[in-house]
Design a protein around this ligand. Structure first.
Ligand code: NAD
Length: 497
């Protein structure tokens, strides 16, 4: 039986009237599990109008009441954690453990949104001039929108709407059309948490819906997470239309392995960080740079990767699931083929991997290349599959230059026993998130998710204090109250006297 996915417009769940039907498939065998009617322009208009109307009252709701909605919401997310993770695993193919991680990292942001009152605090200076005080408030922007990718259908929507709404905005979420059931469940629970109708809207669809959000004057800010090309398009179009935009894009993350690192730690961490989640993480380690004698560990990493077995979401022994779609699989396989043709050594080839009984699924086995150079497509392109590229450097300086020459700057890590090497790396590396003996350094929500260079377009990043700045305006007030009978004469200068 296929599920009909619903939009949530003006406080009602609706199948919509759009004639374009998008199929949601189980990536393990490509059977259709759900359908969604892509939103029409009129439906997007309706969502925008409703969010605009709801903003008038929501922005006046006291901050403690807005925080209470978030408190109830994070509680409901925790109560329904496994159920959400099951929906997520079925539509993404992620293993249940991995799906639970996706939900949990989102819950942490919802928890953070409960602190909104402290996060919104402005600044005050008394007596900036005689009897004059200056203080600032942070006020919401209006209607904000979020456009999210397939690879974290719980975490990434939760990076956006809880904080935006806690700040007093209303929000329109346009999640990936490839796995829309998880976001629908997140929205149902938000309604159950007591959010007034209209504060959050959910519209499904593709470019048509996105273009409407990018062009409508009522939308004040756009948060986007997805691929590089689309990220650049969203940033350019949104800012051209005078909107505030934050666009998180693709990545190619390097891990530098020093010869003094703990070998077993390196091997264990490289396996999970490279092929975990089938490599479909924007913070996956896709390039390992071995400095000096560390290259002698390459055969053992290959051996460890060769033992990794993909499988079904509910197979407790499976390390990861299929990639999201036949098109995604085809792209990964074609990059593997290009890697071979361009002269890299494919020491472990997962191109022909399959799972018995699920031969039509989008499986790719763990894959590893050695002798990779910066000119090769497997180095230049984000593969977004379970593929590790191994490179070598003679020194830490050479490794740093290699990483800094990459156009991307989402995440990186170094494995070493030397404080000096780690300090040098963290200081000189031109990447926004650095792990020291931590392979995937995704910051918790009281920090921000701070990708750099081609991995991010904008100024303020996701969650933490930066997200609060992104979703608010600062209003600065300069105020003077007169003592009875002390009215001063005309002031012809701009100085405060
Ligand atoms: P995608 O760019 O294909 O899609 C992202 C969103 O944009 C979806 O909602 C989709 O419907 C919409 N979209 C797609 N094409 C569009 C177009 N032409 N015009 C307007 N909207 C369009 O990305 P994806 O394949 O769903 O996700 C994987 C990508 O996301 C990878 O590149 C990954 O690195 C990146 N990602 C980045 C981060 C980060 O924080 N930097 C986090 C997660 C994923």
């Amino acid at each position: 039986m296929t599920t009909q996915v619903k939009h949530y417009i003006a406080g009602e769940f609706t199948t919509g009237t759009g004639s374009k039907v998008i199929e949601v498939t189980n990536p393990a065998n490509n059977s259709v599990i759900a359908k969604v009617n892509a939103a029409t322009e009129a439906e997007v208009d309706q969502a925008i109008a409703s969010a605009k109307e709801a903003f008038k009252t929501w922005k006046e709701v006291p901050v403690s009441e807005r925080a209470r909605v978030m408190l109830r919401y994070q509680h409901l997310l925790k109560e329904n954690h496994d159920e959400i993770a099951t929906i997520l695993a079925k539509e993404t193919g992620k293993t249940f453990e991995d799906a639970k991680g996706d939900v949990w990292r989102g819950i942490e942001v919802a928890e953070h949104a409960c602190n909104v009152a402290s996060l919104l605090m402005g600044e005050t200076v008394e007596n900036v001039a005689r009897n004059i005080d200056t203080y600032s408030y942070t006020q919401p922007l209006g209607v904000c929108a979020g456009i999210t990718p397939f690879n974290f259908p719980a975490m990434i929507p939760l990076w956006m709407f809880p904080l935006a709404i806690a700040c007093g905005n209303t929000f329109i979420l346009k999640p990936s059309e490839q796995d829309p059931m998880t976001p629908q469940r997140l929205v149902e629970l938000f309604e159950e948490a007591g959010a007034p109708k209209g504060v959050l809207q959910l519209i499904h669809g593709d470019k048509t819906a996105v273009d409407k959000l990018l062009s409508d004057e009522a939308i004040k800010a756009i948060s986007f997470v997805g691929s590089v090309g689309v990220g650049q398009y969203i940033y350019k179009t949104g800012t051209d239309n005078l909107k505030r935009v934050q666009a998180f894009a693709g990545a190619k993350n390097h891990c530098v392995i020093m010869p003094d690192a703990n070998k077993q730690q390196v091997i264990n961490n490289m396996v999970g960080a490279s092929v975990g989640a089938a490599g479909q993480r924007c913070m996956a380690i896709s390039v390992a740079v071995f400095v000096g004698e560390a290259k002698e560990w390459i055969p053992e990493i290959k051996e460890a990767l060769a033992k990794v077995r993909p499988g079904l979401w509910d197979d407790k022994d499976a390390a990861y699931g299929p990639v999201i779609s036949p098109a995604a699989k085809q792209r990964v396989l074609s990059l593997i083929e290009q890697g071979k043709q361009e002269g890299a050594d494919c020491v472990l080839d997962g191109s022909d991997f399959t799972v018995e009984g699920y031969e039509s699924g989008n499986w790719v086995g763990p894959t590893m290349f050695t002798n990779v150079t910066t000119e090769m497509s497997i180095y230049k392109e984000e593969i977004f599959g379970p593929v590790l590229c191994c490179m070598e450097a003679d020194s830490l300086d050479e490794a740093i230059t290699l990483v800094n020459n990459s156009p991307y700057g989402n995440g990186t890590s170094i494995f070493t026993a030397s404080g000096g090497a780690a300090r040098k790396y963290q200081h000189e590396i031109e990447v926004g998130q650095v792990g020291i003996n931590v392979p995937i350094p995704v910051p918790l929500p009281f920090f921000s998710f701070t990708g750099w260079k081609g991995s991010f377009y904008g100024d303020q990043h996701a969650y933490g204090k930066q997200a609060v700045r992104f979703y608010t305006e600062t209003k600065t007030i300069t105020s003077r109250w007169f003592d009875e009978g002390s009215v001063s004469g005309p002031n012809m200068s701009i100085n405060l006297k």
